[in-house]
Design a protein around this ligand. Structure first.
Ligand code: FAD
Length: 380
């Protein structure tokens, strides 16, 4: 009998962990293929440090081709369509057949969703973070606005980390008194999915640093130094940094896998889709929680889900009875500037959720640095 083929779409966090885990368990008992359009992968958490000049792109990037050394086949190119009936995906015109499919295509940034957004700065892409590095290095005084331009967005902590890192950055350059920092978000409080106590604790951290938080602010336009919101209010800025609205990749929205919101709804314990043999993990997956919120889009979840899916597919191929269950627990370091970080941790499937936010300390900051090093060494 031919060995089964497992195709992993996307070589980001979820895809690369799934492929490594499958290879580790199956060796030559399966063919593992990763399809990825970007030759280099970079560690997104570190984009914040690119902005502040503490990292340069090469230090946080790895060649996707490195997977080939582990006998994982890499197909470089754009996934154009997915035909689940015939168990095939099409990559740059080439048909690739699968027995198992793991969709790990992440989220796309929709910079055209709001007039003027495309011209704003963002550290949600590597290129954007590099541009911002120059911009903030030359910033001398004025109003810096960080605006979350749509929900959901990946890493609920990242906009707040960005604001606090910039606060520390301007402070270290002795220009803090000349810079005003403000955050605008459609959410009523920071990180609502982490619960009221965590939101209040984070809001207190922001207030302590003199960063103004503005909730319930739905951005509708950006033009010539002015932001407009759905409530018709306007705010001025000298430097605007946005988190663009996120949407599922177009190949998913055009496929039979997409739910009404465009993302792929999966079983929260197995990450299976409605189609047999097809799994979705990470940012592209939609996992509703008991109170109508959704599991946040974050690398820590993509990573954990990838391990569970890969182990269960391997068990099935090897004829083992044991299956693993994804439990929705996760953590996130929260950079607070000045060499310290907090840490949010909890069980997101619990009813009610119990998420704790630990007091900022250098320990968590160095934990984040160590995790970055480990990640870049381990997976590529
Ligand atoms: C500034 C910032 C800070 C963050 N900090 C943290 C943090 O501290 N902790 C945390 O847990 N998470 C953090 N995240 C979020 C984390 O990086 C993402 O949630 C994670 O990368 C999701 O993994 P994924 O595998 O689902 O998608 P991705 O890692 O985005 O991978 C998707 C891959 O699919 C590829 N792809 C997409 N469409 C196609 C196509 N049609 N054809 C071929 N390839 C395609 C993409 O090129 C990409 O490589 C942060 C994100 C940002 C932007």
């Amino acid at each position: 009998m031919n060995e089964p083929t497992i195709v992993v779409l996307g070589g980001g966090v979820g895809g690369v962990v799934a492929a490594n885990e499958l290879h580790g368990r199956l060796k030559d008992k399966a063919k593992i293929i990763v399809v990825e359009r970007r030759p280099k992968q970079s560690f997104e958490s570190s984009y914040l440090w690119i902005m502040t000049g503490e990292r340069q792109p090469d230090a946080i990037s790895r060649d996707i081709a490195g997977l080939a050394r582990k006998e994982i086949e890499v197909i470089a190119g754009e996934v154009e369509s997915i035909d689940t009936k015939n168990k095939a995906v099409f990559v740059a015109g080439r048909e690739v057949n699968y027995d198992y499919l793991i969709v790990a295509l992440g989220a796309s940034l929709d910079v055209d969703a709001i007039p003027g957004l495309a011209a704003s700065h963002t550290y949600y892409t590597l290129e954007g973070a590099v541009k911002l590095q120059r911009e903030v290095a030359n910033f001398k005084s004025g109003r810096v606005a960080i605006a979350i331009a749509g929900l959901p967005f990946k890493c609920p902590a990242a906009p707040y980390e960005g604001a606090m890192l910039l606060e520390g950055f301007f402070h270290a350059r002795h220009i803090r008194h000349d810079v005003e920092l403000a955050i605008y978000t459609p959410e009523p409080s920071p990180m609502p999915v982490a619960g009221e106590a965590s939101g209040a604790a984070l809001q207190e951290m922001l207030a302590h640093k003199g960063i103004n938080f503005h909730g319930d602010k739905e951005l509708t336009a950006i033009k010539k130094g002015k932001m407009t919101f759905a409530d018709d209010s306007t705010e001025d800025y000298d430097l605007i940094i946005t988190v663009p609205p996120h949407k599922a990749p177009s190949v998913i929205r055009d496929s039979s896998l997409a739910g009404d919101n465009g993302w792929i709804t999966v079983d929260r314990h197995t990450l299976e889709t409605d189609t047999e043999g097809v799994y979705a993990i990470g940012d592209v997956a939609h996992i509703p929680l008991f109170d109508g919120m959704a599991l946040p889009k974050a690398g820590v979840f993509a990573h954990g889900q990838a391990e569970v899916v890969a182990r269960n597919i391997a068990a099935q191929i090897l004829g083992h009875a044991k299956r693993e269950v994804y439990n929705g627990s996760g953590y996130c370091f929260l950079e607070a500037g000045g060499g310290v970080a907090g840490m949010a941790q909890g069980d997101f499937y619990a009813e009610p959720r119990h998420i704790t936010l630990r007091t900022p300390s250098p320990v968590w900051h160095w934990g984040k640095v160590a995790f970055e090093r480990y990640w870049l060494w381990k997976w590529y």
